[in-house]
Design a protein around this ligand. Structure first.
Ligand code: BTN
Length: 253
């Protein structure tokens, strides 16, 4: 059980989290967010669940959440953002997640496009989905998953060795309501920054990047890309040195 009043008591936001749609159990908060958008959901509405059983990950992967242990939420954005800033919105969500985790005494790192890692193991991930109309982002759903209180033996065998949780790293449980509220507080400030100081997002992300100038392998539009991660351009696209030369990749389409 998650206490939505406790989340709201810790919020300092104008829009994000003012409305929370909470479900005891749901397939995917991102899928539900899109349903709610068809019914006219407000900008900033949060979809949250205590048990996500069909979570979606990037590149068609699934996402595991320990029932009653993890954090699975989707943030609905209705404001029209310019298409060119799409990548920055997704990076802002990763930064907000690391800031919230840091408020619990843990140092997490970002891995492009948007993995959140502690000690090289995955503690969280972001899945941004968009509807684009007339060259602008019409609607956007930012899905955020964080392993908060899962024990190692609760992860499925195929991800056990690659995953960690905040509780595993600190040897004590964390209040998911606080993690949620702190993340939303940071995310709203970062989103406000996108229009007037987009470079700040790039710098904040690079400050938390754990793999600058390291080899990287990721999937871009169904294709495996390999090269050296050499930073971000000023729109948040990845600069990769590949065998074919320097290339730039978007994190989101
Ligand atoms: C990844 O690293 O592959 C992205 C994982 C994103 C998971 C979150 S959990 C909340 C939201 N709802 C979903 O179905 N997926 C995202």
């Amino acid at each position: 059980m998650l206490f939505t009043q406790l989340i709201q008591a810790n919020l300092r936001t104008k829009a994000l989290g003012k409305k929370i749609e909470y479900y005891n159990r749901i397939g995917s908060t991102n899928s539900e967010a899109w349903e709610l958008l068809t019914l006219g959901a407000d900008h900033g509405t949060i979809v949250l669940t205590d048990h996500q059983f069909q979570g979606k990950g990037r590149a068609g992967n699934s996402w595991f959440m320990g029932a009653g242990k993890g954090l699975a939420m989707s943030v609905i954005l209705n404001n029209k953002y310019s298409l060119k800033f799409l990548g920055l919105i997704s990076l802002a969500a990763g930064i907000a997640a690391t800031k919230s985790i840091a408020q619990h005494g843990l140092d997490s790192k970002l891995k492009w496009p948007n993995d959140i890692l502690i000690n090289d193991k995955k503690v969280g991930g972001i899945l941004c989905e968009t509807k684009i109309k007339k060259n602008a982002v019409k609607n956007m759903v930012i899905g955020i998953g964080i392993n908060v209180n899962e024990a190692n033996n609760e992860f499925p065998d195929n991800i056990k060795d690659l995953s960690t949780s905040m509780a595993i790293c600190s040897n004590h449980p964390h209040q998911r309501e606080r993690v949620t509220a702190e993340l939303l507080n940071s995310l709203e400030s970062l989103l406000q920054m996108i229009d007037h100081d987009p470079n700040k997002i790039v710098h904040e992300w690079l400050d938390r990047c754990g793999h600058l100038n390291d080899p990287i392998r990721f999937i871009d539009q169904g294709k495996v890309i390999e090269g050296i991660f050499s930073g971000l351009d000023n729109l948040g696209n990845a600069k990769i040195k590949t065998d074919l030369g320097n290339r730039v990749y978007r994190s989101i389409y």
